[in-house]
Design a protein around this ligand. Structure first.
Ligand SMILES: C[S@@+](CC[C@H](N)C(=O)[O-])C[C@H]1O[C@@H](n2cnc3c(N)ncnc32)[C@H](O)[C@@H]1O
Length: 292
């Protein structure tokens, strides 16, 4: 497919992610937020689908080929958030997320973070010989050393002064302005170290942590698991400036795209199953999120 010189935004393109990505203009996307089909998880009934390869190595190769192309497509300040789960075969964990992550590093993508998506309402399982899995990985990659990242947009509440904390009670812990906990109401507690704690606490909250505890989406119109809205919000707000472009090369029910639209970003989706492209377009038209 011939490479396009301009990007027609805010649409879902039907076809194979690699073929479509190869035709996209270079350096045109701010961030990718996506979840590839997991290895041997689901048959989407398409000849072009990824996920049904005979070996883990072939699966990794196909994703690597795609992300090599997507590396070209993102801007020099751009990034990719990849949500990916693992697979058991004959009772053994294959380690698919890390196989993919390490292969992408070899192609030039810089791995910045391995976040854990903890699912507090994960399906119970009948296994008795190992713990029940209730997490997936969210890998954060960037194209370059310098990249767009708005840490303030996704800060989380400090826990130090919350109900969960032994230090609830707020700034009284510091004594007077510029004080430290040792000089405040906890004076004499030798578990505390002498630091400028009140300056260490950012007024907008603490920096985002790597474990994200987010319940599964309630959206039921797709035959596969869709992203929870707040997971995508974190990625878009941190990595795409307002008015920028978010790409999901496996857009499915278009959760990434609907969130991008809601947050005032442009979007582009790709999916090889016509039925899912239609479902996504309908959802975009109605701005339909999982809470509705
Ligand atoms: C796990 S689902 C994505 C769900 C999505 N994150 C959401 O919130 O709705 C994976 C999607 O990848 C699509 N897909 C599989 N192989 C593909 C390929 N080679 N090119 C494009 N899309 C593909 C499937 O049709 C499916 O819709």
């Amino acid at each position: 497919m011939a490479r396009k010189s301009t990007l027609k935004l805010n649409q879902i393109i039907e076809g194979d992610a690699y073929q479509i990505a190869s035709a996209l203009p270079s350096e045109s996307v701010d961030t990718i937020v996506t979840s590839p089909p997991y290895y041997l998880q689901r048959n989407y009934g398409s000849n072009e689908q990824i996920g049904q390869e005979a070996s883990p190595a072939t699966y990794v190769e196909r994703l690597t080929e795609l992300f090599r192309e997507l590396y070209r497509v993102v801007k020099p300040t751009g990034s990719a958030w990849i949500v990916i789960g693992d697979k058991y075969q004959n009772g053994e964990l294959l380690g698919m997320p890390w196989r993919v992550a390490l292969a992408l590093k070899e192609t030039g993508w810089r791995l910045r973070s391995d976040c854990i998506w903890h699912k507090p309402n994960a399906m119970p399982s009948s296994v008795k010989t190992r713990p029940t899995t209730d997490h997936e990985y969210i890998f954060f990659f960037t194209k370059s050393k310098e990249y767009f990242y708005d840490a303030d947009a996704i800060r989380e509440p400090h826990v130090t002064f919350s109900e969960k904390s032994k230090m609830k009670g707020g700034r009284g812990h510091f004594g007077k302005r510029g004080g430290t906990p040792e000089k405040g109401k906890n004076a004499g507690d030798n578990n505390l170290h002498d630091g400028r704690w009140d300056q260490a606490f950012h007024p907008k909250g603490r920096n985002k942590r790597t474990v994200w505890s987010i319940s599964l989406s309630k959206f039921r119109k797709a035959h596969f698991a869709v992203f929870p809205e707040s997971l995508v919000e974190n990625c878009v707000q941190a990595s795409c400036p307002p008015g920028g472009v978010v790409l999901d090369p496996f857009s499915g029910a278009a959760t990434t795209l609907v969130v991008a639209q809601k947050l005032g970003r442009n979007y582009l989706g790709i999916d090889c199953v016509p039925e899912y492209c239609d479902l996504g377009r309908q959802r975009l038209k109605n701005s339909e999120l999982d809470t509705q």
